[in-house]
Write a protein that binds this ligand. Structure first.
Ligand SMILES: [Zn+2]
Length: 237
């Protein structure tokens, strides 16, 4: 099992380099004993970057999570047992951290103010979107959502990361904001991300430590995605 280093703490989400060992290599990918690279999942795109080792280097183009975490490489393939250094493309990852944190914030406010649930999202470095249901946002509603999000960003609300036992999570998250039935059976200790005074949510993604880092959120447009379902596109300042 690969140790996913970014899961351990909010501080770990800010690490840009790590040392690891190649457990297995095949075709165009390697499995490492530990990694900082976030694999595609939960609406957040893969991290990219480089692996370097004594006498070699390769580009990490995509990291995929299945039964194991595969780092797909372009270039050379390090052999099993090789000590490697992993280096993240930091601008890309940091944009995803900010966008992903904004998604928590906007989803929480939409639920609190309008009672709508988040049923999908796609994070990108420049523009992201969230799908809401059942949603009928007017332009005025959107300005209200945006205004409330920016007020909390300006206040600089801090985030916290901690772990709770699965049973506790199932009890605590019964209000419909989060679909806890989707928690994998294998997860005993659930990773919780809390925006102080705003939202508490189980999540395995990467986040910033304080809303201040988002600077500001702008909802760009809305789009109907079928009956009672709306998509909001947003960007960060
Ligand atoms: Zn998250």
């Amino acid at each position: 099992m690969t140790d996913l280093l970014y899961l351990h703490s909010l501080e770990a989400c800010y690490l840009r380099e790590f040392d690891a060992e190649v457990v297995r290599g095949q075709e165009d990918y390697v499995v490492l004993n530990r990694t900082l690279f976030y694999p595609t999942g939960g609406g957040q795109p893969t991290d990219q970057g480089r692996l370097i080792w004594d006498g070699g280097e390769a580009r990490v183009v995509e990291v995929v999570k299945g039964r194991e975490i595969k780092h797909h490489l372009e270039g050379e393939l390090p052999e099993r047992g090789t000590s490697v250094k992993g280096i993240l493309d930091w601008d890309r990852r940091y944009s995803h951290m900010r966008m992903h944190t904004a998604q928590h914030l906007v989803s929480a406010l939409a639920f609190d103010i309008f009672g709508v649930r988040t049923v999908g999202n796609q994070i990108r470095a420049d523009r992201s979107h969230i799908d809401f249901y059942p949603a009928h946002f007017t332009d005025e509603d959107i300005r209200r959502l945006e205004g409330e999000a920016n007020r909390l960003i300006d206040e600089g609300r801090p985030l916290k990361l901690y772990f709770l036992p699965r049973e506790e999570v199932l009890k605590r998250f019964s209000d419909g904001r989060v679909d806890v039935s989707r928690l994998p059976q294998s997860v005993e200790e659930v990773r919780i991300i809390e925006i102080e005074g705003v939202d508490t949510c189980p999540c395995g993604g990467t986040h910033v430590k304080n809303l201040k880092e988002l600077k500001g959120v702008e909802v760009l447009s809305k789009k109907s995605k079928g009956r009672d379902k709306q998509r909001l596109y947003y960007r960060l300042l």
